[in-house]
Design a binder for this molecule. Structure first.
Ligand code: 2NL
Length: 339
């Protein structure tokens, strides 16, 4: 009799089943109310006393093993069905992919592009590694100009000079070389200057430059275009142009917007004047047009340039330019609602 039980234990241990029905049949066979175990427990009474201990242990073991087997087979069948469910249904929706945020520099760059594209400007781009001609010479920056100094410009090679562009005017020089007026283009991009890094200055920053060339373009056109831009971008409707100097424009001016003096921050950023400098501009120097293959007797134009970081710092009240380059997610996450 004991041998019979041991045989059952062996059978139970080796039992395998792939279907719910087979598992249920096995359960009924061993653990059912008319099953093998019920029968064995009944027989227990007839077992001679000296064998009761061994027999009792054996049928208890059999009961435990059968119960475990049923549970184990059921669980593994469920796992398999779940897997089939996951891989079998190709119409299921995907796992959510966390969406990142646009970098604030790109948010502001896109806004600027948007404003100018509404009045017919296209977007032009060019290389970050430039030659002397496109970055300096064509733009009327003479050989002794301080911008050409090692202290201001990153040279990759000298004689002939290869350098990291210090402004995106180089893109516009290339654009003029390859296109005749009318030209309306803006050139956003990364520029490089060998500056000591601080809260206000960085050796890498971003610019948007604009160029408009056609017949009879006047300083009044420049002023009205910039007024349109400041209204759209900042919602401010008062600007002033202060005389300034750039080698590539004549006359040249700095553009201030009236920011106001409503808050303490306004006082701080405008140094108590209410006025804020946001860009530089001017009428393209005839010599620059000539250098780029455009007849200055037939055409005139204006150009302007602004730093994207500076604009973003004003719009988002960012106090330190280095934040843009650290890529700290706590900083970047704050722009996840921006366009
Ligand atoms: C500034 C001032 C400026 C220009 C950029 C330009 C480009 C060509 C010809 C003439 Cl191809 N001018 N660009 C003109 C005036 C000012 O930028 O403060 N930028 C951050």
């Amino acid at each position: 009799m004991l041998d019979q039980v041991k045989e059952h234990i062996n059978k139970v241990q080796n039992f395998e089943a792939q279907s719910k029905e087979a598992i249920e049949a096995f359960r009924i066979e061993y653990l059912g109310s008319k099953g093998i175990l019920k029968e064995l427990f009944t027989k227990f009474k007839e077992v001679p006393n000296d064998q009761k201990k061994d027999f009792g242990q054996a049928i208890n073991e059999l009961k435990q093993k059968a119960t475990d087997k049923v549970a184990q087979l059921k669980a593994s069948l469920e796992d398999k069905q779940e897997e089939a469910g996951i891989y079998g249904d190709l119409t299921r929706s995907g796992y959510p992919i966390p969406v990142g945020a646009r970098h604030p520099i790109n948010v502001v760059k896109n806004q600027i592009i948007d404003v100018f594209s509404r009045i017919g400007f296209n977007v032009s781009e060019g290389p970050e590694i430039e030659d002397d001609w496109h970055n300096f010479t064509a733009l009327n920056l003479p050989a002794h100009h301080p911008a050409r100094d090692m202290q201001d410009t990153f040279f990759i090679q000298t004689d002939p000079d290869v350098l990291l562009r210090t402004h995106t005017s180089s893109v516009q020089v290339r654009y003029m070389e390859n296109n005749q007026p009318p030209i309306r283009t803006i050139s956003p991009g990364r520029v490089f200057r060998n500056e000591a890094i601080s809260a206000r200055a960085h050796c890498i920053f971003h610019q948007v430059e604009g160029l408009y060339i056609d017949k009879n373009v006047s300083f009044a056109d420049l002023k009205q275009t910039l007024l349109y831009f400041t209204k759209e971008m900042f919602g401010k409707s008062e600007i002033r142009l202060r005389p300034s100097y750039f080698p590539f424009t004549e006359p040249s001016a700095e553009v201030d917007i009236y920011w106001g003096l409503e808050t303490e921050t306004d006082y701080r950023i405008t140094k108590g004047t209410g006025w804020l400098e946001i860009m530089g501009c001017g009428m393209v120097d005839p010599a620059v047009l000539q250098n780029c293959g455009i007849d200055p007797n037939e055409y005139s134009g204006f150009a302007f340039g602004m730093g994207i970081e500076r604009i973003a710092m004003l719009l988002y009240q960012i106090g330190d330019i280095r934040m843009f380059f650290e890529n700290d997610v706590r900083f970047l996450k704050q722009f996840s609602n921006s366009l």
